[in-house]
Design a protein around this ligand. Structure first.
Ligand SMILES: Nc1nc2c(ncn2[C@@H]2O[C@H](COP(=O)(O)OP(=O)(O)OP(=O)(O)O)[C@@H](O)[C@H]2O)c(=O)[nH]1
Ligand SMILES: [Mg+2]
Length: 725
């Protein structure tokens, strides 16, 4: 299920001004974007939420503006993909895309100095700009007062002070955009020291001007970027000329070194000199020496021992809750679907259309919608973790462990997002600097059990895992459920360890992530998002499921075959609990197109304990995993016309082999199937995203191959061992 892709409209169709939102991570850019455009970009309380460039439009007093939300970055000397996107947007490196007409530099007022670093870099680009001092409320709470007139005078551009999550804040920003003069500002009053200035000039003359097609105004920024990175990054440049560029960079660096400077630090030091001068007499900080709430929570949450323990506890509570709290809601939904199916089939005239509607659509849809409560609980927990600020702590406490298994602290947030859906998780890996860490994270991420597996697990657990308790208080079904999630995590760890051996170890980039202050989640926003997710789940999954149910219903109902009058199996079934009245439907299904296909692949999946019906389900589940449940539902409703008030769970339990009368599904089959779903790569959309993010077919192919092979082997073992016990 892919739900995290928002509408993107890339082509400004007219001459409305383009306004870009730029700033450090977690300063409220997307909050402002959403406020201005009315769209719903993801907002959360940790750095690095936005990893793509998103556009929308705002209207102020009849004038239309294109608004561009960009990934947060601490400086223009990018090292990660998301930061590069911001840099490219600003220097006009995007195809068919002009440099923004106005940049809103979004600043966290409670952290002014550090935020101004990026601001001074942006101003060097000489794009019309305005500073938005956001999180006014937070700064005030911390006893910080900023004299914005003084800052305005020092920097020479308008400064606005707001709290963006309030309506008035957004209104003020709109007015400021509307009344801005869009004049190219004069050069900033910061002076790079002599050697740095000479180094810039050298690099511009020898490399940037003759060999790139950047606009003049970004020459200096590009030169500074190359000097502080000390090497030519892989992008932008013609590879054959790379040697020339590298030589020019080295010469520029040696100009600085000759004067006793450090090329990596030269720009940083010079800019901070200027910034300190700016803030010296314009920022006041009241002394507060009491421990903040954040400090007190972090004493536990980031503790060496209690930190990891609380992380595991949080996950445990989350999965246990999803399993047990959702049950009453699920029973309710189940009842509604069964009753409406019954009502429809009695109210409509009997015939092929009624069959299609009741057996195909209602049964297929009901089989999946029933899992809505669990999915909403799952998203609720993830939203709370994200908006409270806990995600960054999870990354922090798990960094040591992650590094040991060949991943990185920054892999934690993508991996947790993977519990919802692999696609946003894979997108979130843009935050990982090192290509090797990033690719391993992507490759193991689909082992995190996503919400689409939930329906399959839940159905099989309800049908085949006894409701007993172990150790007197742990619910066996809940334990299995948690076990499946845990199994996915363990497999991810093992896979990461193995890949760790294959990939040459590069220099590990150290873990650096700002731990934002905890914030009470805005409950209205959380609930709104959860309901939104639920709606998307129903419409998006519903659409695929309805389509597949209809196709499948045809394939399973045709060609019509006549039930032979005296087959040997009929006499056999007389002794079994299999009801002979069902035989014509069962016979028909087995000889339908779908049945023929299922029987065709049965030999391959038989060693895993799967029959041809599951085979059909496996095939359709490659469209989306949750379709499996809808498929079984459709198949069983066709086979079993009389059992109108029996749930799919019951049908699975009751299913008998028409020839032997034995139960078709044993616990071993169920376990094997759950394991298969936990491990197999069955999601087209995930493969498509991996292809896009790695820019090659190699990785999605490897992913598909190794995950599906692993799934086959593990299911095989589970079934063979399970059924011999
Ligand atoms: N108290 C307070 N919180 C705010 C304000 N503006 C935004 N936030 C919160 O700050 C957090 C970060 O907001 P985002 O809009 O996601 O920040 P961003 O700059 O887009 O972050 P990245 O995409 O990671 O660069 C969220 O928890 C917001 O609810 C504000 O004015 N005051
Ligand atoms: Mg953002």
């Amino acid at each position: 299920m892919h739900r995290n892709r928002a509408e993107v409209n890339t082509q400004p169709a007219d001459h409305s001004p383009t306004i870009a939102l730029v700033g450090n991570p977690n300063t409220g850019k997307s909050t402002i974007f959403n406020g201005l455009t009315g769209l719903k970009q993801k907002i959360a309380n940790y750095p690095g939420v936005t990893v793509e460039r998103k556009t929308g439009t705002a209207r102020v007093n009849g004038q239309q503006y294109h608004i561009v939300d960009l990934p947060g970055t601490y400086s223009l000397n990018y090292t990660k993909i998301d930061e590069r996107i911001t840099y490219q947007a600003l220097i006009g490196e995007y195809e068919h895309e002009k440099v923004p007409d106005l940049v809103l530099i979004i600043v966290d007022s409670s952290n002014l100095e550090r935020n101004l670093f990026l601001a001074t870099q942006l101003m060097d680009l000489e794009i019309p700009a305005m500073i938005v001092l956001n999180m006014d409320d937070v700064a005030r709470e911390k006893g910080i007062t900023i004299n914005k007139e003084r800052i305005e005078r020092k920097l020479g551009i308008p400064v606005l002070s707001v709290s963006a999550h309030r309506k008035e804040g957004i209104k003020a920003i709109k007015e400021a955009i509307h009344s801005h003069e869009y004049k190219r500002p004069g050069p900033l009053k910061w002076e790079p020291p002599q050697p740095l200035r000479r180094a810039i000039a050298h690099l511009v003359e020898k490399w940037i001007e003759p060999h790139t097609n950047l606009p003049d105004r970004s020459y200096a920024i590009e030169a500074l970027r190359l000097i502080s990175n000390n090497k030519l990054p892989d992008s932008f440049y013609n590879f054959e000329e790379a040697e020339l560029g590298q030589k020019a960079i080295e010469e520029a660096c040696s100009i600085i070194e000759q004067e006793g400077g450090n090329p990596v630090a030269a720009e940083v030091m010079a800019r901070y000199d200027f910034i300190n001068e700016c803030t010296q007499d314009s920022v006041e900080q009241e002394e507060t020496d009491e421990f903040s709430l954040t400090d007190r929570i972090d004493a536990v949450a980031t503790h060496k021992v209690f930190g990891p323990i609380s992380f595991v506890l949080i996950l445990l509570v989350m999965f246990q809750a999803i399993f047990s709290w959702a049950t009453p809601f699920m029973d309710m939904i189940d009842l509604v679907f069964i009753e409406s199916g019954n009502w429809l089939s009695s109210a409509l005239p009997p015939g092929i259309l009624t069959d299609l509607l009741v057996e195909g659509v209602i049964a297929g849809l009901g089989g999946v919608v029933i899992f809505l409560p669990q999915i909403m609980f799952l998203f609720f927990f993830i939203y709370v973790l994200e908006s409270s600020g806990y995600m960054a702590r999870a990354a922090f406490v798990m960094d040591g462990f992650m590094t040991r298994i060949g991943l990185h602290g920054r892999s934690v947030v993508p991996l947790i997002s993977g519990f919802a859906c692999a696609i946003p998780g894979i997108m979130a890996t843009r935050n990982i600097e090192n290509w090797r860490d990033r690719i391993i994270t992507i490759m193991v991420l689909p082992f995190m059990s996503c919400s689409a597996r939930l329906p399959v697990y839940a159905l099989l657990i309800a049908a085949f895992i006894p409701k007993t308790t172990v150790f007197g208080f742990i619910n066996m079904q809940g334990l299995t459920f948690f076990g499946l999630y845990f199994f996915g995590i363990v497999m991810a760890i093992i896979a990461a360890l193995v890949m760790n051996q294959f990939f040459p170890k590069e220099q590990q980039s150290p873990f650096m992530m700002e731990l934002p202050d905890y914030k009470m989640p805005k409950w209205s926003v959380v609930f709104h998002n959860v309901i939104d997710r639920g709606r998307i789940f129903v419409t998006e999954a519903g659409r695929i499921i309805i389509a597949i149910s209809i196709v499948l219903w045809f394939l399973a109902s045709f060609p019509k075959t006549d039930f032979p009058a005296d087959t040997p199996s009929q006499t056999e079934t007389a002794t079994s609990s299999f009801s002979p009245q069902q035989m014509p439907q069962a016979y028909q299904l087995k000889h339908s197109y779908a049945g023929q296909f299922g029987s065709f692949i049965e030999p391959v999946i038989e060693p895993l304990g799967f029959d041809w019906k599951i085979g059909i389900g496996l095939l359709t589940s490659f469209a989306a995993r949750e379709v499996m449940v809808g498929t079984l539902n459709t198949i069983y409703s066709i086979e079993d016309e009389n059992s109108d008030i029996v749930t799919l769970k019951q049908k699975l339990i009751n299913d008998r082999d028409p020839e032997t009368g034995e139960a078709v599904y044993s616990t071993a089959t169920a376990v094997s199937l759950m394991i298969f779903f936990a491990l197999a790569m069955q999601c087209m959309s995930t493969l498509a995203i991996v292809r896009r993010e790695t820019n090659s077919w190699k990785w999605p192919l490897i992913m598909f191959g190794y995950m599906t092979t692993l799934a086959y082997l593990c299911s095989f073992l589970a079934f063979q061992i399970g059924s011999s016990l």
